[in-house]
Design a protein around this ligand. Structure first.
Ligand code: G6P
Length: 614
């Protein structure tokens, strides 16, 4: 979603700001803008569309100065046009205020009404503009003081950076519910909504906490609490190389990230498997063995792809640890008031660690006294910091909006957690050791799965023009069917539904005809025949069938090949690891269908990588 970059130092700000915005493009946005200051003069440039359009504008009409703020906007209040793009300006000569803002000001309407009654003229439809006018009203020469006076008037969420030609070498930042990070350089300071904007610029960062403010100049920075008491904060190392956020020869981030999966799955396990004890260890769970052993229930919560990983986690944890698990969309969980006993652990699953609904679900659980854990990719993110304990994925930055490597890493970590909990309860050391062997073989299986790429591309060519698809799987492959359908929806705008294969006859089969292909995810074992019957039911109604099937048994593969229009064969792995292997051809299918339909794979319309509003 929206992205923020701020710079104060000794170099020209505009190229740095544009470069930073480009690094935040992956979050999803629809317009961009920047402002710089030279002495009393403000240079404001805003443009609907891509950051490249803004860069062209700045080329035509340069924005000089060594201090500036910039923003990518994902429209919430008012359409995506030049005027609604940030920064927004309040006040007049002498007390001009410039603001970029992430989040939503929920009480902007009454605030705006009051300001209009007082004669303030608004330029845009945004909620953000009220902040600029309010600060301008309170500005009496001290920007920090004016910002501090306005923050208590705002209801909602904000990560914001403010500057003013009145104090031309100062940036003021503040956060409540929307992240802001300070990057420390050599006589220069950066502010950003996402540490990935700072890769290669700064390797020392401060993650601002809610209700903290920061004042930054080229020569120094200070963090304050809401009463403007100066506070000591931790400086964290930032271990991000600029190359991590580059394409490295791939045409799209999504494809690069699909291909990173052999390494990312391995990274999720690195140093965590102990053959001696036949279990998995985690450094940061921060719950005592007693608390873990007493857990009577786990609630897994998340959104989008992370929710689907949670559904796989339910199968894993119930099978291996015998702990009852419930999985719930964070957006629903946060507003429900289900009876939960005290020995229930709430586990938030999130790539970004910033998803607003998942964060709210976590906070609600903490408020009620439940131990909380997080499975998270982005180090230092809000959810990673607020959970009592957790596990990092170590998958590196995921830039493609459609999540790929984060999903397989989340499932890997959930398998490790199932092993860990299982070994504390009922799982024998023999069973634990066998799981470890299977997990250790997984990265090679993932690498081998990528060999299906060329075949998937051909399947995509055959089916790219179809507008509706069904994805069907059972047991461990049911959540993968949901994830496959989500992937193709997200990036190729094909309408797709995921279902448990047997549930198809209770409704979705009404959609089946020669224009609706079904993707069947097929594993051997006791339900093979049942899934094949479902496949026959689709064929009997003229529905084309794409089958993805494990390479375990020649007879099974032959039977599937006999009946399906296309068969993609993936390496044989134990059924609890199938979600990881089967997800890969579905990611590639979505990728190629999107390309063939002319869609922007990495920046699909209307979507955002990190959804920081409700
Ligand atoms: C957005 C993204 C999805 C992601 C979901 C949850 O919708 O587009 O790819 O799965 O948010 O994000 P999280 O960062 O919490 O995993």
């Amino acid at each position: 979603m929206c992205g923020i970059v701020g710079y104060v130092g000794h170099r020209e700000a505009a190229p740095i700001l544009i470069n930073g915005l480009k690094r935040l493009e992956y979050r999803g946005y629809d317009s961009a803008g920047l402002a710089t200051i030279t002495g009393p003069k403000l240079h404001l440039r805003k443009k609907a569309g891509r950051v490249s359009h803004l860069a062209e504008l700045v080329q035509e009409k340069p924005a000089p100065g060594v201090v500036g703020i910039a923003h990518t906007r994902w429209a919430t209040h008012g359409p995506a046009n030049d005027v609604n793009a940030h920064p927004h300006v309040g006040g007049e000569n002498g007390n001009t205020i410039v603001v970029v803002h992430n989040g939503v000001i929920e009480n902007y309407a009454p605030l705006k009404r009051r300001l209009v009654e007082e004669g303030v003229e608004f330029q845009s439809d945004t909620d953000t503009e009220v902040i600029a006018h309010l600060i301008a009203q309170h500005m009496q020469g001290d920007l920090m003081e004016a910002v501090q006076a306005v923050l208590p008037l705002l209801k909602g969420t904000y990560g914001l950076v403010v500057m003013s030609p009145t104090e031309p070498s100062l940036l003021v930042g503040a956060r409540l519910g929307s992240p802001l990070v300070l990057g420390i350089g050599e006589d220069e300071i950066y502010l950003a909504s996402d540490p990935s904007a700072l890769a290669g610029w700064s390797n020392r960062v401060v993650y601002l906490q809610d209700r903290q403010m920061v004042a930054a100049t080229a020569s120094g920075w200070q963090v304050f609490d809401s009463t403007r008491e100066m506070i000591a904060v931790d400086i964290h190392p930032l271990d991000l190389r600029a190359a991590d956020a580059e394409l490295n020869g791939f045409p799209h981030y999504m494809l690069k990230e699909i291909y990173e999966q052999p390494e990312t799955v391995e990274n999720a396990m690195r140093g965590r498997l102990s053959l001696d004890e036949a279990t998995a260890h985690f450094g940061g769970l921060n719950l005592s063995p007693r608390q873990l052993r007493r857990a009577s229930r786990l609630i897994l919560t998340g959104c989008g792809t992370s929710y689907h990983a949670g559904l796989v986690g339910e199968y894993l944890i119930e099978e291996f640890a015998r702990i009852p698990v419930e999985v719930e969309y964070a957006s629903e969980f946060r507003y429900r008031n289900p009876p939960i006993d005290h020995d229930t652990i709430v586990l938030a699953i999130t790539q970004s660690g910033e998803t607003a609904d998942t964060l709210a679900a976590l906070r609600e659980s903490k408020r009620k006294g439940h131990p909380t854990l997080a499975i998270c990719n982005v180090v230092g993110s809000t959810i990673a910091r607020e959970a009592d304990g957790g596990v990092y994925l170590h998958a590196g930055p995921e830039i493609g909006v459609a999540s790929t490597k984060a999903f397989t890493s989340q499932v890997t970590v959930l398998a490790l957690l199932a092993l860990h909990f299982g070994r504390m309860r009922n799982l024998s050391s023999m069973q634990g050791a066998r799981m470890i062997d299977e997990l250790q073989a997984l990265p090679a299986m993932v690498r081998e799965t990528l060999n299906c790429h060329e075949q998937v591309r051909r399947v995509a060519e055959r089916f790219a023009d179809y507008d509706n698809m069904l994805y069907l799987g059972r047991q461990y492959l049911y959540p993968v069917a949901l994830e496959g359908a989500l992937k193709i929806k997200e990036i190729s705008y094909v309408h797709a539904e995921g279902y448990p294969a047997a549930e198809m006859k209770h409704g979705p089969i009404a959609l089946v005809d020669e224009h609706t292909p079904s993707v069947f995810l097929i594993s051997g074992g006791p339900i093979f025949d049942k899934v094949m019957s479902n496949l026959e039911e689709v064929r009997a109604r003229g529905g084309p069938v794409i089958a993805v099937c494990g390479n375990g048994d020649d007879d099974i593969v032959a039977a599937v090949e006999d009946r399906a229009d296309e068969v993609i064969v993936v390496p044989e792995v134990p059924d609890y690891l199938q979600p990881i292997v089967f997800a890969i051809p579905l990611q590639l299918l979505a990728y190629h269908v999107a390309l063939l339909r002319g869609c922007d794979v990495d920046k699909p319309r209307n979507l955002a990588k990190s959804v920081t509003v409700e």
